[in-house]
Design a protein around this ligand. Structure first.
Ligand SMILES: Cc1ncc(C[n+]2csc(CCOP(=O)(O)OP(=O)(O)O)c2C)c(N)n1
Length: 661
């Protein structure tokens, strides 16, 4: 990013004027091109708000980072991104910053420290926390600026992000661009209090009101805030008052907005004001400013010509960069074997990763001092210190979002969601954020984080602490999903997840934590893929995963006593799915397959397995694939009611008998 200092000399007035005009004219051009049909979809211009990014970036240093809202073209330009590439991205062209993968609302340019816009309101704040967490861990002295709108201040993820940043004194500057509007709704219609400084202060965060129409004021505020952040006393919140000159987006006719509100905004707009004050103070003259305007206009015209001539993205590339390349498999090191519980095996995997990779952080609720409510992280904070293994506020969006940001900056965060059921309060950070990083950036950025959680029913667990939710994750391209059925995999799959170049969800099972078995440790790290045959048998195959694996094995053993030989395949990773193992399961089971899981049947991942078998191996089937899951009921707490719902080994054995009859 070109962090040329702004100052109140002639030079600055001219450069601020030039940069603000460039944003203004470029965005005005996008509206014209949209009306012309050259740009598809929505554009959210920042017309009227140009002084904020221009002033803010001028208050930063070369290596600092910027994350913006979806109204972030101005931030991209201020950060030094090539205006032609920005215009091309808004027009979804091949030469755009993201090759047409991001469009207006999600563009990024990591080479210029611009880590991207975010079209999910408020989601960038937790991610900025993670970028700052990485800056602290790596000792770079870097500061992160993230911009949000005033409407976004009401998002839970923003409060979570602020609380998390405060808890860890992160070098984050949150800039609230208060234009008075949240889409079509005026701020005073939804907020009891005027402004957000008091809100920031109530969270213990230094907060200031800034004239967001004056680039000098913004620069000063950001420079001061950055200095505090670098001293370790961040975060800082800056509420920058500004105006929105046009509609929320390109086709917004602003039927909801009064003429007075519009004309008030027009009267206060910052570029005219800068020009007038430069002339008043004698810092420039009409000729000079007119010349700048002509130069900027020519620059925007040239960018437009370039974009008009630019190709659309090459369709043959549409599948590229969903996942990173597979990891290199290392030669076996000093392997040994130990009898370990599932829980201790997971703990040992975490310890090994902390030992071997300085970039690993382990955190979550109760994960540090207390060692996790199931003891999986016990002893790790004591051994590795509270900068690498730590407790967080009860703020799942901040836990996950910060892991996304830290991973984007080269860390390998391993975060714990205490119970799988809790992930839904922060699903966005996995589904909309982590999953997109590599693809939208065509591999220039990635988010290799590991998310651990445990799921399933145990006696007395209520409906909000019992669900099996793997199908939600397995539905999402861009992440990987593994389910751990035994102590060996508690070690192997967790290590594979941490080594993997992409965001990985590892689902453990509370009901299995105390299961014990000999575990080979210290061997080569596996890839995050691949099913395992747990038992061979030619009369039928049970395809399963997680807590249902031991039940399927028990069912197979019972059936063996009756003379029926049933195989058991543990899929382990549902994404990527081991299609070869599924084909083998069909062949080895003589065309008879049962898919069993603890999750509810409808829309469960068993449906996907059954559909794939029907589509790809239908000719081999001797009978339709049979699915076993929990019936579509809420999970009661009473153990006898639970037992009536959850598939047992006897349920599976009976299904096999019916299938082969
Ligand atoms: C989580 C989420 N909720 C709703 C929306 C739809 N939406 C897009 S922009 C916007 C208004 C945001 O207002 P504000 O934060 O003040 O930003 P401004 O538009 O003023 O820049 C809304 C509701 C969204 N994109 N994401």
């Amino acid at each position: 990013m070109p962090r040329r200092e702004l100052d109140t000399t002639e030079l600055f007035v001219q450069s601020a004027y030039r940069r603000m005009l460039l944003i203004r004219k470029l965005e005005e051009r996008t509206l014209e091109l949209s009306a012309e049909g050259l740009i598809a979809g929505s554009i959210h211009p920042s017309l009227g708000q140009e002084a904020i990014p221009v002033g803010a970036v001028a208050g930063l240093q070369e290596n600092d980072r910027v994350l913006a809202t979806y109204r972030g073209h101005g931030w991209a330009i201020a950060a030094g991104c090539d205006p032609t590439a920005v215009l091309a991205e808004i027009a979804q062209r091949e030469g755009g910053t993201n090759g047409g993968r991001a469009g207006s609302a999600l563009l990024s340019d990591p080479a210029h420290g611009f880590l991207g816009e975010n079209s999910i309101v408020g989601a960038g704040v937790p991610i900025a926390d993670g970028v700052a967490l990485a800056a602290k861990a790596q000792g770079t002295g870097r500061v992160v600026v993230t911009s949000i709108g005033d409407g976004a201040m009401n998002q839970g993820s923003v409060t979570e992000g602020l609380v998390f940043a405060a808890a860890r004194n992160l070098p984050v500057i949150v800039i609230v661009e208060n234009n008075g509007w949240a889409e079509m709704t005026k701020g005073d219609a939804i907020n009891r209090l005027d402004g957000f400084v008091a809100r920031g202060e109530a969270l213990g965060i230094e907060s200031h009101l800034v004239d967001g129409l004056d680039p000098f004021a913004v620069q000063r505020a950001v420079r001061d805030a950055a200095e505090k952040c670098r001293r370790g006393v961040g975060p800082v919140l800056l509420e920058c008052m500004t105006v929105r000159l046009k509609g929320h987006y390109n086709r917004d006719i602003e039927h909801y907005r009064s003429v007075e509100d519009r004309s008030d905004a027009a009267a206060r707009e910052p570029i005219h004001r800068l020009r007038e004050s430069a002339l008043d103070l004698g810092l420039s003259d009409e000729n000079e400013l007119d010349a700048i305007e002509r130069e900027v206009q020519a620059q925007v015209d040239a960018a437009t010509d370039a974009v008009r001539a630019m190709a659309l993205p090459d369709v043959s590339t549409v599948f590229e960069h969903l996942y990173g390349p597979p990891i290199e498999l290392s030669a076996s090191t000093d392997e040994s074997e130990q009898e370990l519980t599932y829980q201790r095996a997971a703990n040992l995997a975490l310890r090994t990763e902390l030992l071997e990779r300085p970039e690993v952080l382990v955190y979550g609720e109760d994960v540090g001092h207390g060692g996790g409510i199931f003891g999986v992280t016990r002893g790790l904070q004591k051994e590795f210190g509270s900068e690498r293994v730590f407790d967080t506020p009860i703020a799942e969006a901040a836990i996950l979002g910060s892991a996304v940001g830290a991973a984007m900056e080269g860390m390998r965060p391993i975060v714990e969601i205490m119970w799988a059921d809790f992930v839904f309060v922060a699903f966005d950070q996995i589904i909309n954020q982590a999953s997109n990083v590599r693809y939208i950036n065509s591999g220039r950025l990635s988010a290799p984080l590991t998310i651990r959680m445990q799921q399933g029913v145990t006696a007395g667990s209520c409906a909000q602490h019992s669900q099996s939710i793997e199908a939600f994750f397995a539905h999402i391209p861009g992440i990987k999903v593994g389910l751990v059925s035994n102590p060996q995999d508690a070690y192997d799959m967790l290590r594979a997840a941490v080594a993997d170049p992409d965001p990985t969800v590892v689902v453990e099972f509370r009901s299995l934590y105390q299961e014990s078995a000999p575990v080979r440790i210290g061997g080569p790290v596996q890839r995050a893929e691949g099913a395992r045959v747990r038992r061979a048998g030619g009369d039928a195959t049970i395809v399963t995963w997680g807590a249902m694996v031991p039940k399927a094995i028990a069912a197979a053993e019972a059936l063996a006593d009756e003379g029926t030989n049933v195989g058991v395949v543990d899929l382990r990773w549902l994404r990527p799915l081991d299609d070869e193992a599924i084909e083998r399961a069909v062949i080895d089971g003589g065309g008879r397959v049962i898919v069993a899981h603890e999750a509810t049947s409808t829309g469960g991942f068993g449906a996907e397995v059954a559909a794939r078998i029907a589509e790809r191996h239908g000719a081999l089937l001797k009978a339709p694939v049979r699915r076993i899951g929990t019936p579509d009921v809420r999970m009661p707490a009473a153990p006898n009611l639970q037992d009536a719902l959850i598939p047992q080994s006897s349920t599976i054995a009976q299904a096999v008998r019916e299938l082969i009859a």
